[in-house]
Design a protein around this ligand. Structure first.
Ligand code: PEP
Ligand code: MN
Length: 336
């Protein structure tokens, strides 16, 4: 529930409402605004009976929030969240970030070569999977901890912070020792034990949209991490499954402005998994920035034809360099 106070409500009226909420065994979270103060009510498992609240002095209205997410919603926090990670800021009003790197870490040579190249072209973060959630069990599953060590080596050499996927609650500690930002893949968006475990750490989490998840389910997944105490959550649209087979997924770009209406969390776009085709990645990366994404994540491989996963959608190094030049021009146009 959200309790909206009159714009002339006094501090003591606000305090009285907070006490009334707390007497009901619930948590009151004041949300000051330029027009009026609101008070978010948290901790209820079911509908909150507002009879003891709605007639208190200074209360304008009680809004019952029927959505499965609250704390990540704009109603609860009108101000956009900006997340600081390893010297970068991700969020509204900040220059969009570029996360680049191979689908999977394959060898020391491959990750170092890619890291140096994407750093030289201007990327902000290095990506690369060490634990890979592959559709079938007979394909490359990632180098696991060895891959994490190679990512740390690449960070040491280039200074690029590292984004890598964590697949299970029991490896959160391990991955967090190496990564600057932990990724939850589309296939794990509703792995609630994993989300809860990630809520207990403070490292930023990049939460990818499930391939058939509605926006409500996506934001509710973010709420799992946020409500557990980790407020460093960044959302990532990576395409959804539709009837179309010409592209790997269908990139739902309208969710970017829509998520920004519904939630205060930053949101980025992954055009690589969204399209599955190298030729479409630059156009969709730029389109994402035009519609307001706070960054893009793209797959880059020094020899895509030899990649152990996602070669057809990986940009070559020269292809990534061209994209970065185009993004720099676009940023000027967008005012960054
Ligand atoms: C990835 O980023 O490498 C990945 C597996 O993406 P998704 O979870 O979006 O399929
Ligand atoms: Mn991939």
């Amino acid at each position: 529930m959200l309790i909206v106070m009159h714009h002339k409500a006094t501090d003591s009226q606000i305090d009285a409402v907070i006490s009334a909420v707390e007497r009901m065994g619930l948590v009151a979270q004041p949300i000051p605004g330029s027009e009026r103060t609101a008070i978010g009510v948290l901790g209820n498992k079911a509908y909150v009976d507002d009879t003891n609240i709605r007639d208190l002095p200074g209360v304008k209205e009680c809004i019952h929030v029927s959505k499965p997410y609250k704390m990540v919603s704009r109603d609860f926090q009108p101000r956009s969240t900006v997340i600081r990670v390893s010297g970068h800021e991700i969020g509204e009003g900040r220059r969009p970030v570029v996360i680049a790197g191979p689908c999977a870490v394959e060898s020391e040579e491959q990750i170092l070569r890619t890291a140096r190249a994407v750093k030289g072209a201007g990327a902000d973060f290095l990506r690369g999977g060490a634990f890979k959630p592959r559709t079938g069990p007979h394909t490359f599953q990632g180098l696991k901890e060895e891959g994490l060590k190679l990512l740390a080596l690449a960070r040491e050499e280039t200074g690029l912070p590292v984004v890598t996927e964590v697949m299970s609650p029991d490896t959160v500690g391990l991955v967090a020792r190496y990564a600057d930002m932990l990724q939850v893949g589309a296939r794990n968006m509703q792995n609630f034990d994993l989300l809860r475990e990630l809520g207990k750490i403070r490292a930023p989490v990049l939460l990818k949209r499930g391939m058939s998840a509605t926006i409500e389910e996506f934001l509710a997944a973010g709420e799992y991490i946020y409500a557990e105490g980790n407020h460093n959550v960044i959302l990532c649209e990576r395409g959804i499954r539709t009837f179309e087979t010409a592209t790997r997924n269908s990139l739902d770009l309208s969710v970017i402005p829509l998520i920004k209406e519904f939630s205060h969390l930053p949101v980025i776009v992954d055009p690589s998994h969204a399209t599955g085709r190298r030729s479409l990645v630059p156009s969709m990366a730029k389109a994402a920035l035009v519609v307001g994404a706070h960054g893009v994540m793209v797959e880059v491989h020094p020899e895509p034809e030899k990649a152990l996963s996602d070669g057809p959608q990986s940009l070559t190094i020269p292809g990534f360099e061209r994209l970065m030049e185009e993004i720099r021009k676009l940023e000027g146009f967008l005012g960054y």
